[in-house]
Ligand binder design. Structure first.
Ligand code: COS
Length: 388
C-alpha cells in the first residue's frame, strides 16, 4: 500500500540518518573484518529493512516500486555490503516466493523473510551457466512425492547465512532451454545440501557468496514454487526485472554518496595555492558525475512508476540497470582521480567504493545481458510492426 507523503518523507529521513550515523561510520570496520556487526543487523531488522517489499499481511512494509527505489536511493549511499545483507531478502531472495509462490509457500516463508529471521538466497548461476540462464544443468528428478536435486550453484549471495534458497533446476531433461526449468524453495539443513567456502572477492567485504551443492538432495513436491513445473525460468526473469530496478536504485544512491565525497575532498584539498574544487578540470569531473547520477535517478523513478502502473518494464529495468551501473563505475573512478594518490590508499573510502561499485555491472545480469534484453524487445517490436 502506498504511504502518505508525510509518512514517506519521515521514513526516508530515518533511513538517511541510519545510513549517516550508523552505516557509513562502520564501513571501515566491516571492510576490515569482512562481517557486519550483529548489532547493526538487529537494527536493520527492527527498522523493517528485510521486509521493505514483503506484503503487509506477512509483516512487511509492502512498499510500492517507487517507494522501494526512493528507500534504496538512501540506503544505497552506504557501502554496498550493507544493502546486500537485507536487500537480498527484499529482492531476489524473496520475490520468487512472493510473486509465484502458492498461498502455502507464501504463508510459510514470507513472514520470516520479511522480519529477517530467515535469510533468503537466489540460486540461479552455476559454474557453466551465468548469462545463459536458460541452460541450467542442476536437475530435479521427480520421485513419487519428492524431487531429487543434483548440481552446483555458484556465487550465491548470502548463501552462508541463508535459511531458504530459491533454486532453479531442470525438471524436464528433454527440454534443453528455459522451458525445462522449475523453481524450488529449498531449506537449509535439507540432507544433500551443502555449502562451499565463502569466496574471496574484489570488494563488498561483509557480503558473502559461496557455492551451494546438491547431492541427491530430496525435497518434498510441495517445494516446487507455484506448484507447476517448467515455470522456473520465467519466475527468475520476473524476479530479475524487479531486482534490476532495485540494483539501479542502489547505483544511484552510491553515485550520489560518491559525488558528495568527491566534493568534500575537492573543497578541502589545496594544490597550486587553491582548493581542487576551483580547477575547471576537476569541476568537469564533478559536473559529468552529477549529470549522470541525475539521469540515472530519473530513469529509475520513471521505470518504477511505470511498473507500479502495471506496465511491463523489462526494457526500462534493463536500461536503468545498465545506465546506472555503468555510470556509478565512471563516478567511482573519477572520485579516485580527484583524490589523486589518496584515492589509491585504503584509509580513504575512494578505493573501496571503486572496488565495491564494480560488481554492479556484473550481477543480476551483466551490461551485455541488459543490452540483449533491450535490443531483443525493440527488434521484436519492429518485426511485428513490419508484419515479419
Ligand atoms: N518476465 C517473464 N517472462 C519472461 C521474461 C520476463 N522478464 N523474459 C523472458 N521471459 C519468458 C519468455 O517470454 C519466454 O517464454 P515462452 O517460451 O513461453 O515464450 C521464456 O521466458 C524464454 O525467454 P527467452 O527466449 O527470451 O530466453 P533466453 O534463453 O533467450 O534468455 C536472457 C534471455 C539472456 C535475457 C536471460 O537468460 C537472462 O536474463 N540472462 C541473465 C541472467 C542473469 O541475470 N544472471 C545473473 C545471476 S542472477 S543474480
Amino acid at each position: 500500500m502506498a504511504m502518505d507523503s508525510e509518512t514517506l518523507t519521515q521514513f526516508l529521513q530515518t533511513l538517511r540518518r541510519f545510513v549517516d550515523e550508523r552505516l557509513i561510520p562502520a564501513e571501515a570496520e566491516v571492510a576490515e573484518s569482512d562481517a557486519i556487526p550483529a548489532g547493526l543487523v538487529a537494527e536493520m531488522r527492527e527498522m523493517g529493512l528485510f521486509g521493505l517489499t514483503a506484503p503487509e499481511e506477512f509483516g512487511g512494509l509492502g512498499l510500492t516500486m517507487e517507494e522501494e527505489v526512493l528507500a534504496v536511493f538512501e540506503l544505497g549511499r552506504a557501502a554496498p555490503a550493507f544493502r546486500s545483507m537485507f536487500a537480498t531478502n527484499v529482492g531476489i531472495g524473496m520475490q520468487g516466493i512472493a510473486i509465484d509462490g502458492t498461498p502455502e509457500q507464501r504463508a510459510k516463508y514470507l513472514p520470516g523473510l520479511a522480519s529477517g529471521e530467515i535469510i533468503g538466497s537466489f540460486a540461479l548461476t552455476e559454474p557453466d551457466v551465468g548469462s545463459d540462464a536458460g541452460s541450467v544443468k542442476t536437475t530435479a528428478r521427480k520421485e513419487g512425492e519428492f524431487y531429487v536435486l543434483n548440481g552446483t550453484k555458484r556465487f550465491i549471495t548470502n548463501a552462508p547465512h541463508a535459511g531458504v534458497f530459491t533454486v532453479m533446476a531442470r525438471t524436464d531433461a528433454t527440454q534443453k532451454g528455459a522451458a525445462g526449468v522449475s523453481a524450488f524453495a529449498v531449506e537449509r539443513g535439507t540432507p544433500g545440501l551443502s555449502l562451499g567456502r565463502p569466496e574471496k572477492k574484489m570488494g563488498q567485504q561483509g557480503a558473502h557468496v559461496c557455492d551451494v551443492i546438491f547431492e541427491d538432495c530430496r525435497v518434498p513436491a510441495s517445494a516446487l514454487i507455484g506448484g507447476q513445473e517448467g515455470q522456473g525460468f520465467k519466475t527468475a526473469m520476473k524476479v530479475l526485472d524487479k531486482g534490476r530496478l532495485h540494483i539501479a536504485a542502489a547505483c544511484v544512491g552510491l553515485s550520489e554518496r560518491i559525488i558528495g565525497d568527491m566534493l568534500d575532498y575537492a573543497v578541502g584539498r589545496r594544490q597550486f595555492g587553491k582548493p581542487l574544487a576551483e580547477f575547471q578540470l576537476v569541476q568537469a569531473m564533478v559536473a559529468d558525475s552529477q549529470a549522470e547520477a541525475y539521469a540515472a535517478r530519473c530513469m529509475v523513478l520513471d521505470a518504477a512508476r511505470r511498473r507500479d502502473a502495471g506496465q511491463n518494464v523489462s526494457v526500462e529495468a534493463s536500461c536503468a540497470k545498465m545506465f546506472a551501473s555503468e555510470s556509478v563505475g565512471r563516478i567511482a573512478d573519477r572520485n579516485v582521480q580527484v583524490h589523486g594518490g589518496n584515492g589509491y590508499i585504503r584509509e580513504y573510502r575512494a578505493e573501496q567504493l571503486f572496488r565495491d561499485a564494480r560488481l554492479f555491472r556484473i550481477y543480476e545480469g551483466t551490461t551485455q545481458i541488459q543490452q540483449i534484453v533491450i535490443a531483443k524487445a525493440l527488434v521484436a517490436g519492429a518485426r511485428a510492426r513490419a508484419g515479419l
